[in-house]
Design a binder for this molecule. Structure first.
Ligand SMILES: Cc1cc2nc3c(=O)[nH]c(=O)nc-3n(C[C@H](O)[C@H](O)[C@H](O)COP(=O)(O)OP(=O)(O)OC[C@H]3O[C@@H](n4cnc5c(N)ncnc54)[C@H](O)[C@@H]3O)c2cc1C
Length: 388
């Protein structure tokens, strides 16, 4: 088999890259180790920046997002039982869209199926070869046979645990990591959200987030320890832990119900530099992770794909390598800003330190955020997404 770009991973970054390249006549094959059904069931991101919406539109898969997504013009932050609102619209003129990652994945998969571009699901033992040569290729096992794809470039879009980053020459890669001593316990329920906007909660009992997917489907998170066993969290316990962290109005409006999904996600900041090794380019979670507090992971995956797709389109149209040469630096400049914002929001809202000094500093910083128009503007600019 031969293609121009072999894409490893059919998460949002791999599927979006494939769609944008296909629109410009660039052949690509996606190799995904899971089944399509499995990929579709992973409940993750839900907040989409304007620039990500624009890219989904450019890829021709934004129709359902505009019909079913919920535009949010602000966000609420509840500190010790008192709620404050930050208006994105007033501060930046922009909004974010609440639209689930599962729906985006479905739209991208449908878009790919509609144009007949190939995705090989259940592709095992994917292995990258010759990335520093002009003739890279990928081998894998599917349908009981070992197969090979020759290509011009390999896009490593296979997430944090994928094979692509591990295939880069060890001496050429530098990693930066911060592991937080906590996780998010999340549940999805078919109950109406407690508020029309997201509520981030800072409380002495720990962080909580009231989010949603649709007007009838809610997503709630609680800060938990990394040692937590999901089996010890029946739904009743989740609701009992959430209620005291909310303000009175939210508590009154809270509709509880059985969870339809429940999971624990550890919080981590991670960046691998650079993002190019010869003919291999990393994009999305394969190169970086942010704690979900700032809602940046999927949006960063999309911005990497924007830079990478433009560079590859330029390469094939004009035989220019300029975009490919600058890809890593351009992507990393944006990534580090999102890393900073996600780290800052995490430190601001979670109960991380038991030291009263740290807790007083947290409260002083929040007070400044609510009183200072400049601070609120910086927050809003980062949350809705910095311009390219
Ligand atoms: C609880 C939670 C909440 C979040 N909330 C938000 C939010 O509100 N906003 C936001 O922007 N982001 C959010 N994120 C982050 C977001 O979900 C990720 O950043 C996003 O999924 C990254 O997409 P990706 O395609 O790069 O990687 P992934 O989604 O991880 O996809 C990688 C794909 O590669 C496949 N793969 C892995 N290894 C191999 C292999 N060896 N061979 C072939 N295929 C392989 C995987 O099966 C997977 O399908 C959240 C994450 C979590 C956990």
């Amino acid at each position: 088999m031969r293609t121009q770009v072999a894409i490893i991973g059919a998460g949002p970054s791999g599927l979006l890259l494939g769609q944008l390249l296909h629109k410009h006549g660039i052949d690509n094959v996606i190799l995904e180790r899971q089944t399509g059904e499995y990929v579709l069931e992973r409940v993750r991101a839900g907040v989409i920046e304007q620039v990500t919406m624009d890219l989904l539109d450019e890829a021709g898969v934004g129709v359902r997002m505009h019909e079913d997504g919920l535009l949010h013009e602000g966000v609420q932050i509840c500190v010790n039982g008192v709620r404050h609102r930050i208006s994105f619209k007033d501060m930046t003129g922009k909004s974010v869209m609440v639209y689930g990652q599962t729906e985006i994945t479905k739209d991208l998969m449908d878009g790919r199926a509609a144009v007949g571009a190939p995705t090989i699901y259940a592709a095992y033992d994917v292995s990258l070869h010759g990335i520093l040569s002009d003739t890279p290729h990928v081998t894998f096992r599917a349908d009981g046979k070992v197969q090979q794809i020759e290509c011009d470039f390999i896009a490593g879009c296979d997430g944090f645990h994928g094979v692509s980053r591990k295939s880069a020459p060890h001496a050429a890669i530098v990693t930066h990591e911060r592991v937080y001593p906590l996780g998010w316990l999340g549940i999805l329920t078919d109950t109406p959200p407690v508020s029309e906007e997201l509520i981030y909660v800072r409380h002495p009992l720990g962080f909580a987030l009231c989010s949603m997917r649709t007007p009838t489907r809610s997503r709630y998170y609680l800060q938990c320890s990394l040692a937590e066993d999901i089996e010890s969290w029946p739904d009743e316990r989740f609701w009992e832990e959430l209620k005291p962290r909310l303000d009175e109005e939210a508590r009154d409006r809270l509709v509880t119900g059985p969870s339809i999904e429940k999971s624990i996600a550890p919080l981590r900041s991670f960046v691998a530099e650079p993002m190019r090794f010869g003919r291999l380019f990393l994009a999305g979670d394969a190169a970086h992770i942010v704690p979900p507090t700032g809602a940046k992971g999927l949006n960063l995956a999309a911005s990497d794909v924007r830079y990478l797709s433009q560079a590859l389109i330029e390469y094939y149209a004009e035989k220019s390598e300029a975009g490919l040469k600058h890809y890593s630096d351009r992507a990393l400049a944006r990534i580090w800003k999102a890393e900073r914002f996600s780290w800052w929001m995490t430190m601001l809202l979670h109960r991380i330190s038991e030291d009263p000094f740290d807790q007083k500093i947290q409260l002083a910083e929040l007070d400044y955020l609510f009183r200072s128009k400049a601070a609120a503007t910086v927050f809003a600019e980062n949350y809705v997404g910095l311009p390219y």
